[in-house]
Design a binder for this molecule. Structure first.
Ligand code: PMP
Length: 371
């Protein structure tokens, strides 16, 4: 009888993907964290040129130097992080960056604080490394923000790392500067690493993004191109950390992916060094959609916190599973909050990365549900 490795039995396939596969073709899918925009033309053109010139071979394991230099400049200018190109690895999406960070850091039994509710990959990534998950409970009363006080109350002498995600999936909350700074100090004082997932950095409507990496060398900064430049299919992201950590991560990356796709690296380079208008245009459209969803949810008298960033809203209903099932029956796919952790129970997540027209129709359908 087939016996898979025990580590695989510790984790399950994503509920979000499973639901997506179940639904009818004409359903409106508000379950995926995927911008519906086309990748900007200049990026696609740069890839075509690279393809025609035969840029189809392996690249250095850490990624092409031009891209790492561009990332290094971006981190310095925008995030106030000092990371030279040798301290950066270009990865297969932010997903791989998360995986290699955790693989390089976590031993069996090490405690890792993960936001609850939080992005669905954190829990399985830690489990695959045999780490011990410690949910850091985020509360609606506090707009689902992670605070330095929450961290102080939850760390122990076994805490090895804390995962931060601001702006956050699934809540759209944005952490405040003093908390980022405070958590960076806690990390320094207690020799804890901060794995900072900054994939929604540019999708922010209120507040400002601060990277923990500007305050501490214990930060591992993870970012990517999927959300900011509508490049999910390119599978390209990066991680920056102090050199000794990067060298360990590189081993995992080298034997896992070897390098990110050469053409996707060209796409990433053009994204960072080409015109940036597309970022603002997409942000404006996300904001328009957010305002629509907020207005409609208010009219439906559903309780929720208006998201300050990312493209999700995380409302509360009495029986969220029942609500999600009713929505699916009406042809709107949304995700039950429990999938994001215990504190997500009684909530559901709407991704408003779909078109305005689809969102309008979806909100009409949700409005017709009796709750
Ligand atoms: N982090 C968060 C919080 C996300 O929501 C996602 C994508 N849903 C990722 C990381 C992964 O992004 P990528 O496409 O770059 O792997």
């Amino acid at each position: 009888m087939f016996q898979p490795a025990k580590r695989c039995k510790l984790i399950q396939l994503s509920e979000i993907r499973k639901m997506f596969e179940l639904v009818a073709e004409d359903a409106i899918n508000l379950s995926l964290g995927e911008p519906d925009f086309d990748t900007p033309l200049n990026i696609r053109e740069a890839v075509k040129v690279a393809l025609d010139s035969g840029f189809t071979h392996y690249t250095p394991n850490k990624g092409i130097i031009e891209l790492r230099e561009a990332i290094s400049c971006k981190l310095e200018d925008e995030n106030k992080i000092n990371a030279d190109p040798e301290s950066i690895i270009v990865t297969v999406g932010a997903s791989e960056a998360l995986h290699i960070s955790i693989q390089a850091l976590i031993n069996s039994g090490d405690e890792v604080l993960i936001p609850d509710p939080g992005f669905i990959s954190y829990d399985p990534c830690v489990k695959l490394a045999e780490g011990k998950i410690v949910p850091l409970e985020l509360h609606e009363e506090n707009e689902f923000r992670m605070t330095a006080d929450d961290v102080i109350d939850t760390i122990t002498d076994k805490t090895k790392a804390i995962i931060l995600n601001s702006p956050a999936n699934p809540t759209g909350s944005v952490m405040q500067k003093e908390d980022i700074k405070g958590i960076a100090e806690i990390a320094e004082d207690n020799n804890i690493y901060l794995i900072s997932d900054e994939i929604y950095e540019k999708i922010i409507y209120e507040g400002k993004h601060y990277s923990p990496g500007r305050y501490t060398d214990n930060a591992i900064t993870i970012n990517g191109f999927s959300k900011t430049y509508a490049m999910t299919g390119f599978r390209i992201g990066y991680v920056a950390a102090k050199p000794e950590l990067i060298e360990e991560m590189l081993k995992v990356h080298q034997y896992n992916a070897a390098c990110a796709s050469s053409l996707s690296q060209i796409a990433g380079l053009e994204a960072l060094t080409g015109p940036q208008e597309c970022v603002g245009e997409m942000l404006n459209e996300f904001k328009r959609r957010r305002d629509l969803v907020v207005k409609r949810l208010n009219q439906m008298e559903i309780t929720f916190k208006a998201p300050e960033g990312a493209f999700y809203v995380f409302p509360k209903v009495e029986n969220s599973m029942e609500f999600v099932n009713k929505a699916i029956n009406k042809g709107v796919i949304i995700v039950n909050g429990a999938g994001f952790g215990k504190c997500g129970e009684g909530h559901f997540r709407i991704s408003y990365a779909a078109s305005y027209e689809k969102l309008t129709e979806a909100m009409d359908r949700l409005d017709s549900i009796n709750i």
